[in-house]
Design a protein. Sequence first.
Length: 66
Amino acid sequence: MNQYGDELELFVLYPEQPSSSNLNKCWNWFEPAHQRRGSGEPQVITNMVAEVKKKYSINSKQGYFE
């Protein structure tokens, strides 16, 4: 992904799960609290994307953010 990001001038975000949230560092997709848009871990990832967009002035119309 880094190669494509460099070649195509794209941002690529690699969210990581801390072991404090899951001993295997996996996302808790299997828990109901993390299966809804706007809450739990999906919201954490959404917030990460928002921070990157803000920091680098990324135009939302020029990307895919879902």
